[in-house]
Write a protein that binds this ligand. Structure first.
Ligand code: ZN
Length: 224
């Protein structure tokens, strides 16, 4: 099966365990991203909002006669026989799938006649962590913890008929402070900005700077 893994990358300064509140697998967390129709000469985009505990019926395909012949005809590599064969093959495939997959996490019928859907898979993600610190020299001040370009997987999606892009980081993140005399977890962190300074919004000055720098998300194709 081919899945898209949603990857998180960030540089962590004096913090670790970056994750969404209650973990990436929390069933009511909503993932917002876009889907690009995979059909040639279409590539329309649609916004997707996916949560594990929210299921929708498998997409009902409109009659494929709604396909714009002109749109296909404008493609220089257009071949009518190939097009008809592809249409028939897809109809058969959809009928088989509808019997086997009654519900999905997101579905959409594109204006070009293509249907797309997403099924979310749990159990692939883990928090973005600083690698285990070396505790063999506890007398030495560990200084500032700076870990550039860490990556982790958040969650996996089985996507059909489209390619996922542009995951929206948004708010609702949490991260643990590293070092300092008290342990501390920051809640409700918003990763929409390029750099996030956890000192902002704090009334009391933190013992050390706590930053999340250049948080980025991307979809990685994964075959298992
Ligand atoms: Zn389309």
């Amino acid at each position: 099966m081919v899945l898209y893994l949603l990857q998180l990358e960030a540089t962590l300064v004096n913090c670790t365990n970056l994750q969404l509140k209650n973990g990436f697998d929390h069933p009511s967390h909503h993932y917002h991203f876009e889907l690009v129709c995979e059909r040639r000469s279409c590539r329309r985009k649609v916004k997707a909002n996916v949560a594990y505990d929210t299921w929708v019926p498998f997409p009902l395909n409109e009659d494929d006669d709604s396909d714009s012949f002109e749109e296909y005809n404008s493609d220089s590599s257009f071949d009518e026989d190939e097009y008809e064969a592809e249409k028939l093959e897809r109809k058969e495939l959809i009928n088989i799938l509808r019997k086997n997959i009654p519900n999905v996490h997101f579905s959409h019928s594109c204006e070009c006649g293509n249907i797309m859907w997403v099924i979310m898979k749990l159990g692939y993600g883990s928090p973005l962590k600083v690698p285990k610190q070396d505790d063999e020299t506890p007398d030495i001040d560990p200084g500032i913890s700076y870990e550039p370009g860490l990556t982790t997987t958040m969650v996996a999606f089985d996507v059909a008929g489209a390619e996922p892009i542009n995951y929206q980081m948004g708010g609702g993140w949490q991260v643990d402070m590293v070092g300092g005399s008290v342990s501390r977890t920051f809640q409700g962190v918003d990763l929409s900005d390029v750099n996030v300074n956890l000192q902002d919004g704090e009334e009391v000055k933190l013992e050390r700077p706590v930053l999340i720098m250049s948080p980025k998300a991307s979809f990685l194709l994964f075959e298992n």
